[in-house]
Design a protein around this ligand. Structure first.
Ligand code: PLP
Length: 944
């Protein structure tokens, strides 16, 4: 081993003699020789990336600080869906800043994810209670996309419905996102005043969307409107404010079918637009079509309750182009934070916060009115629209001069939205900006008396009424955290998910006020630091992808796919090729691909793959010929979904271009390309990147993510726009730069790695995958390799032959890995009965060896089943995982020993991670769908 002197060598696992040994093991004289064998010469980049040289951790932090200091951090009472909030310290330090939470993966392996599954079930319970609806999912990407998802949900199964009504008092960005989403689907969006809109007179109406309280602050009673809309056959959708719902009548009680919104103001910093957890709740009748992830309760092998992802867990993987949504990565970490805010405050605490805000708003109204400033009439919660005829800019400047931002609704109206952070001093400043004197100061938080009052109790469940002291909260968070296996425990070698190091220095800036505290719609002169940082990152990513431009707006990979395909669609439309609507997609593609294509109105045609997992070029050419006239795009994953660099990729791109199509590259596998080759070089026209994979944003247990797209020159005019950007049209999510704040993580990564470090990371990722392939090949066949017998940055091991001989399934292997302290690799994707292993560059030789030792030991156990040494049914694989309670219990009915169950390898005696439940019964959970936590207790009590 040699000393590690710079960030790069801290980011990388194997260095020095370890690396040398691994290279030898793969049978190549040098790393370059291995890379030359794995990555075809025909697609290699010549020369290095043009990026700033690597900075040390301290230098990069200082550089970023100097840039972000150009932001002016003011108090923002702009509202419009984003509010000041106090993140409780105990939540900030123990969740947001804690790798035990933020480095976890999406909880597909339920037995080692019970902590975050419980937190997400709390989230669903909170949303269900506050909205008064039957079922809630565990987060969407933001409020605007949630409204768009609600539109799709309402449309599903209604082929004739082609018009949606959207109240003109919805947040403007929500309207914009819905309009973008509606256009390719041929949906007419009618924007207007709900009070005069006549549902029965609107042809093809399938849904209505209103805001509660609305964007100008008014609280309306929609009961009659919803009844009329429903009798006209429309689904009723409300975008609601979660905090207001603690005191207002729940949407479910006035006829809403679907309620969407953002949980940002439950303790999640504004972060210049995100990330925050959007939410969606709906009536029971719609639940099986609901997008996103739904946490449910089932039972484990011992009959004890256990949580799991239910139903449409990976909906697009199963339904592909029939899916109603392409959402995959959601906003788990932020949903966990918001749910914990509710756990910490409890129902009374939340109501007190809401009532205090309302009391202050009422005081402000009294003050303004007394001073002769008219305020829009109607019941309100926290937002006022003040009439200042022609003087909006003057009022805004006066407020800004005292460090406060208000909202410019138009030249005549100023909006003021108070929040949890508002103080009496703030009120004095606001009053002064209007040239009036404070006459009323009520911050009593007295019970709600504003009308439309909530009458039904909420959050009565034990969990929301138990952890209100910091000590209790701290221990609750710790308890949940210790049930979950994250990267701070062991490697998580999930193929296609790139679970690499999320370095502390990359994470630290998130807690800076210059990063956390900006409202997304502050005037541009206050966000100069952000704009500079984002522009730098866009430039760096353009260099890495070989493209002309990048948009950071998409807030997940799936959104990037959608935005990229939208760019292709617009390009064809602008050229008068409105008939081009065919999207070719290889059958091996990630399920989000076909789902995204359908969202932009394209028709999906499958392309075959050959026995090696490569695209069948003859079939591609035939399909292209067949659809030449109408070809819009090819969506291709490179290196292939099977983890191999296809040599024919350039030919493939040529075939598509020659027929007038554009090539969309799914950039999830960018970790095998950075610095060696690039989508632009290969001939693609657009790709998305997952910054939460290749560029170090942690997975957060299932989000947040950033899914930027890079595009070639001809597609530049069609990048997503936003009302806050020079190009206004085509917003794909609520904020101009999506989940702006977490881009600092990727910025830090690139700044600290530099061009050589990034390239070396790619090389080491490929080395690590090939090392694992080499070590495991004698035990498990490696499914696909390139011409030279090499894999790229991941490898697929085939468990099927062993399964056939032993009856041990790949799922048994995945569950058994938990007993060895590991998270399973990607299971049965892209090929059933296999495991796809992606170790990433961050894992050291010793960790790779520990994982291989575990796999080889499992191979030994399977062999013992085959030889009859272990019983075919009563063996440690079939009964895995083994929780501590079972292993230590007085009863041990098995024919293998407790020791073999829990300590099959020596390293486990030094440190053992215990799965907290036995194997969870999936079928039972889907048949008996339970998605809130009060029922869990009832469920447990019923002795299930
Ligand atoms: C992860 C992934 C996606 C989707 O990205 P999300 O951020 O989860 O929406 C798309 N394609 C591939 C190949 C992926 O691995």
């Amino acid at each position: 081993m040699s000393a590690r002197l710079d960030f790069r060598s801290r980011h990388l696992g194997p260095v020095g003699s370890d690396r040398e040994e691994m290279i030898r093991e793969t049978g190549y004289p040098s790393l370059d020789a291995l890379i030359n064998a794995a990555v075809p010469a025909g697609i290699r980049m010549d020369g290095a990336l043009t990026l700033p040289p690597a900075r040390s951790e301290q230098e990069a932090l200082a550089w970023l600080k100097s840039i972000m200091s150009k932001n002016r951090v003011m108090r923002s009472f702009i509202g419009q869906g984003y509010y000041g909030t106090h993140t409780p310290g105990v939540i900030q330090r123990n969740i947001l800043e804690n790798p035990g939470w933020y480095t976890a993966y999406t909880p597909y392996q339920a037995e080692i994810a019970q902590g975050r599954l419980e937190a997400l079930l709390n989230f669903q319970t909170m949303i269900t209670d506050l909205t008064g609806l039957d079922v809630s999912n565990a987060s969407l990407l933001d409020e605007g996309t949630a409204a768009a998802e609600a539109m799709s949900l309402a449309l599903a199964g209604k082929p004739k419905g082609k018009a949606i009504f959207v109240s003109d008092r919805c947040h403007p960005q929500t309207i914009d996102v819905v309009v973008t989403r509606a256009e390719p689907l041929g949906i007419k969006v009618v924007i207007g005043d709900w009070q005069t809109f006549e549902p029965a007179a609107c042809d093809g109406l399938f849904a209505v969307i209103v805001q509660y309280p609305d964007t100008r602050g008014r609280i309306d009673d929609f009961a009659q409107f919803f009844a009329t809309a429903k009798s006209a056959g429309a689904v009723t959708i409300v975008a609601a404010d979660l905090l207001a719902l603690t005191v207002l009548k729940a949407p479910g009680e006035f006829g809403a079918d679907i309620c969407v919104g953002s949980s940002q103001r439950f303790g999640v910093p504004m972060g210049f637009g995100g990330p925050h957890a959007g939410f969606m709740a709906c009536v029971d009748a719609l639940k099986r079509k609901m997008p996103g992830r739904l946490i449910g309760v089932s039972v484990d092998s011992r009959g004890k309750p256990g949580y799991r992802l239910s139903l449409q867990t990976r909906e697009q993987h199963i339904r592909r182009d029939k899916a109603t949504s392409n959402i995959c990565t959601a906003q788990v970490l932020l949903a966990v934070m918001a749910s914990m805010y509710a756990v910490y405050h409890g129902p009374e605490g939340l109501q007190h916060i809401a009532n205090t805000i309302h009391a202050r708003t009422a005081s402000l109204k009294t003050t303004l009115t007394a001073g002769g400033v008219a305020v829009e009439v109607g019941p309100f919660f926290d937002t006022l629209a003040a009439k200042v005829t022609g003087k909006a800019d003057d009022v805004l400047s006066a407020a800004a001069a005292s460090g406060i931002n208000l909202r410019r609704i138009d030249g005549d109206y100023v909006g003021i939205s108070l929040d949890e952070t508002t103080t009496d001093d703030d009120l004095a400043v606001i009053a002064a900006a209007f040239g009036v004197k404070v006459v009323s100061q009520d911050n009593s938080g007295a019970a709600w008396h504003g009308g439309h009052a909530r009458t039904t109790p909420f959050l009565q469940q034990k969990v929301f009424n138990s952890y209100h002291s910091e000590t209790d909260m701290l221990r609750y968070l710790k308890r949940l955290e210790s049930k979950d296996l994250a990267l701070n425990e062991s490697m998580i070698a999930l193929g296609s998910c790139t679970m690499k190091l999320n370095a502390t220095s990359e994470m630290m800036p998130l807690s800076w006020p210059e990063v956390a505290s900006l409202h997304p719609f502050v005037p541009a002169d206050q966000s100069q630091g952000y704009r500079e940082m984002l522009a730098l990152l866009e430039g760096w990513l353009a260099e890495v992808t070989g493209f002309a431009g990048v948009s950071l707006q998409p807030n997940a990979g799936s959104q990037g796919e959608y935005a990229g395909l939208l760019a292709i669609r617009r390009y064809h439309l602008a050229r008068g090729d409105s008939h081009r609507n065919i999207c070719l997609i290889p059958v091996s593609a990630h399920g989000t691909n076909p789902a995204s294509a359908v969202m932009v109105g394209m028709k999906v045609i499958g392309v075959k793959c050959d026995a090696d997992g490569n695209i069948d070029v003859a079939d591609l050419a035939a399909r292209t010929e067949e659809h030449r006239e109408n070809l819009a795009a090819l969506m291709v994953t490179y290196p292939s979904t099977h983890g191999v660099f296809e040599e024919t990729i350039r030919d493939i791109c040529n075939i598509i271009h020659e027929a007038g199509g554009q090539v969309y590259m799914d950039g999830a596998n960018m970790n095998a390309q950075v610095g060696l080759t690039s989508p632009g070089l290969i001939g693609a026209d657009v790709c998305h990147l997952n910054l939460h994979k290749t560029f170090c944003i942690p997975h957060g247990g299932g989000g947040p993510g950033v899914g930027p797209i890079g595009v070639a020159r001809q597609l530049l005019p069609y990048l997503p726009g936003h009302a806050e950007l020079p190009e206004k049209e085509g917003a794909v999510c609520s904020a101009p730069w999506g989940s702006a704040s977490i881009n600092t993580i990727s910025w830090m990564y690139v700044a600290m790695m530099g061009p050589d470090g990034l390239t070396e990371a790619t090389q080491v990722a490929i080395l690590n995958a090939n090392y694992i392939a080499k070590r495991l090949a004698p035990f498990f066949p490696i499914l696909y390799t390139g011409n030279e017998g090499r894999v790229a940055h991941e490898c697929i091991i085939d468990v099927r032959p062993l399964s056939d001989a032993s009856g041990i399934t790949v799922e048994d292997v995945a569950k058994r890995l938990m007993d060895y302290g590991f998270h399973a690799p990607t299971m049965s994707w892209p090929v059933g009965g296999t495991l796809m292993i992606e170790p990433t560059e961050s894992e050291s030789k010793s960790e790779l060896d520990r994982f291989c030792d575990a796999m080889i030991s499992i191979h030994g156990e399977i062999s013992a089943v085959i030889s009859g040494e272990l019983d075919a049914n009563d063996n440690p694989l079939k009964h895995a995982p083994h929780p501590c309670e079972t292993v230590c219990g007085n009863e041990w009915p098995h024919s293998y020993s407790r020791e073999q169950a829990a300590f099959p390898l020596p390293y486990l005696r030094n440190h053992k991670f215990w799965p907290s439940v036995g194997r969870i019964d999936n079928v039972h959970g889907d048949r008996n769908l339970v998605c809130t936590c009060d029922s869990v207790e009832a469920y447990a009590a019923a002795g299930a």
